[in-house]
Design a protein around this ligand. Sequence first.
Ligand code: FAD
Length: 319
Amino acid sequence: MSVLIFIDQSEGHIKKASFEAAAYGSALAKQLNTTANALVLGTVSDNLAQLGNYGVSKVYQIQNDNLNHVDALVYAKVISGAVQQLNASVLVFSHNQTGKAVAPSVAIQLKAGLVTGACALPTTDNDFVVKKTVFSGKAFAYVKITSAIKVITINPNSFGMQTAEGSATIEQLTVDVPAPSVKVVATNKVSGEVPLTEADIVVSGGRGLKGPENWGIVEDLAHTLHAATACSRPVADAHWRPHHEHVGQTGVQIAPNLYIAIGISGAIQHLAGVNRSKTIVVINKDPEAPFFKAADYGIVGDAFEVVPKLTAAIKAMQN
Ligand code: FAD
């Protein structure tokens, strides 16, 4: 058995979630008494050798202009080709947008068993059983994979990023790259200062903020914390904020280290998109707001009083 970890990159930078996938894949390789290698597609400006700090021995890179943007069909073919060439038996993705789009196609092409949204290392003594979250994180399922090749996508923030001193070697790999199935005509940065899905900290506002004219306090706090901004669905539906900021069951699903919810009630559909955040802080004037049940820290108070004070206190600490 050997483990291959897919490293997702955007504009040449390794995505945060890939470091966690690398740590997970390396721990799994250790459990299987084998080595963990990584696979990266396209041109990368970040130092790939740093993946050694997450337990990766070797990084295989396939460089081709057609791989600099995610094209799920092309990626699936190229990754499947690499898995066959390298004889890998377990393939690990992050359960992020790329992983969700590509891993199922790879699994079909390799006739591999697939578990998406894993949240712990599998058992490997007798059977290969993977624990995964279901019903938007409300329950767990244990899924046995019996095929020779196994594909896993790992939930961001569910394993951690154990590091150790190390340096991975880098090797170029040649795999046939099919013609693109899509043509990228333009790329737009859609969020504020920090892309929402990559952000360590997210500051989010709900209907409690009363109107778009009041978003200054949210942006100020986000700016102070170098955070991304997000919102609840009704806020996006009312065009107070753009739709790409809407988080939840029907919006973007995120797992930052810190999620600050301001004037959001905490409906189940909202929680479905944010409940994998490591720490949740809720600011709401209603002590009975359901969000407090999911919060690590809660502030009962008027957002228009609390948030500017919080921002000022953080600014004072930073000076
Ligand atoms: P409200 O429920 O109106 O809550 C506003 C909160 O602000 C209240 O708790 C109130 O106490 C507080 N508040 C008011 N004034 C202040 C103040 N001055 N200071 C502090 N707090 C204050 N919602 C999502 O967010 N994401 C989704 O993906 C999503 N998908 C859905 C899918 C379906 C099929 C359905 C049916 C619904 C979905 N919803 C989704 C909607 C969801 O059910 C809730 O209606 C929505 O999340 C509520 O948004 P809110 O918390 O901003 O507003």
